[in-house]
Design a binder for this molecule. Structure first.
Ligand code: PNS
Length: 173
């Protein structure tokens, strides 16, 4: 059985990797599918993210990396996948994920969504949290694979946006 693990992965975190590794034990093949989303301005290009995921999953023999645009279920049909794999961290994820699952069911009744509860140590973890820490110079070594930690620090040392500059303190009298 082929499962798709769709997402933005901007960038992939250890939480995502945990879901991929466990998915690999359940399915014949897991296809990590990066959405080409023109509505979002990502930190990393799709090509950079594909490469990051490829390096992070090189120890797994039944993973394939791809990108797609449009509906996830259309992509699933195109490649012959019958499952969508998604991770669940906290209750707020559940609402959004259940809505997405039901929507996808109305579009493709024969494609199932399988949820895996994220490992407890990654329950707080998201790509946005990782970017926020890295933007302000904090270490993300415990949250992402080492090559991505390096790319993040390179990225934020070259980007100089008002948000990444240290805040000026003012004395209020
Ligand atoms: O990593 P993310 O941003 O939580 O992933 C969300 C994703 C890519 C799985 C979701 O936005 C998606 O499937 N987008 C493709 C468009 C689609 O199929 N929409 C219908 C389901 S709501």
């Amino acid at each position: 059985m082929i499962a798709i693990y769709p997402g933005s992965f901007d960038p992939i975190t250890l939480g995502h990797l945990d879901i991929i590794e466990r998915g690999c034990g359940l399915f014949d093949q897991v296809i990590v599918a990066v959405l080409r989303n023109p509505g979002k301005t990502p930190l990393f290009t799709v090509e950079q993210r594909l490469h990051q995921i490829e390096v992070a999953t090189k120890h797994l023999s039944n993973v394939r990396i791809d990108s797609f645009d449009g509906l996830t279920v259309d992509y699933a049909r195109k490649i012959g996948a019958s499952c969508l794999l998604r991770g669940l961290r906290v209750l707020s994820d559940f609402e959004k994920e259940l809505q997405m699952c039901h929507t996808n069911k109305t579009l493709a009744a024969n494609i199932e969504t399988i949820f895996l509860a994220t490992a407890v140590e990654y329950a707080f973890l998201s790509s946005s949290v990782v970017k926020e820490i890295a933007r302000f110079g904090g270490s993300v070594d415990h949250l992402v694979p080492s090559h991505i930690s390096l790319e993040l620090s390179q990225c934020f040392s070259t980007i100089s946006t008002p948000n990444s500059l240290p805040m000026k303190t003012s004395i209020v009298q």
